[in-house]
Unconditional design. Structure first.
Length: 147
């Protein structure tokens, strides 16, 4: 990994609380939309975990772990608007720092790759959730028909 990713990881680590607060402010308005069922206290914990996941990715890029993390956000109750707000804010935080530097394409892509993998995992997880719900609905329909 390039030293700049380490430097960006350092910036994320130093500003963890501030970034988590920014994420909370961004996603809190969508707290009860799009099937999102997360208590405010749990939301703060999830967002702190999100900042940790970003930090870990910047130190050791592994998109498969990020995709899995995105799937877990579905299971945690995140909805579409929440994920949009989350990824936009993560990109914004990255751009704010990078705009003060002379970023390389690799540095810019680190944040883009992370947020894209996160959204990919979310979409995959949401699709699986819909399939499970459809299966349950189908099974209930069959049981009702059999009566």
């Amino acid at each position: 990994m390039s030293p700049q990713h380490s430097k960006l990881a350092e910036v994320v680590a130093e500003n963890q609380s501030k970034i988590a607060d920014n994420l909370f402010a961004a996603v809190q308005p969508s707290l009860y939309t799009n099937k999102m069922h997360v208590a405010p206290r749990r939301l703060k914990q999830l967002l702190e975990e999100e900042v940790n996941a970003l930090h870990t990715y910047l130190l050791q890029p592994d998109t498969a772990k990020v995709v899995e993390h995105g799937r877990q956000l579905v299971e945690s109750g995140f909805g579409h608007q929440t994920m949009i707000n989350l990824t936009v804010t993560l990109r914004s935080v990255g751009w704010q720092w990078l705009s003060q530097q002379n970023p390389t394409a690799s540095e810019v892509m680190a944040i883009e790759t992370y947020t894209s993998a996160l959204m990919e995992g979310y979409l995959t997880g949401f699709e699986a959730l819909l399939q499970r719900e459809q299966q349950l609905t189908h099974e209930a329909y069959r049981r009702a028909q059999d009566r």
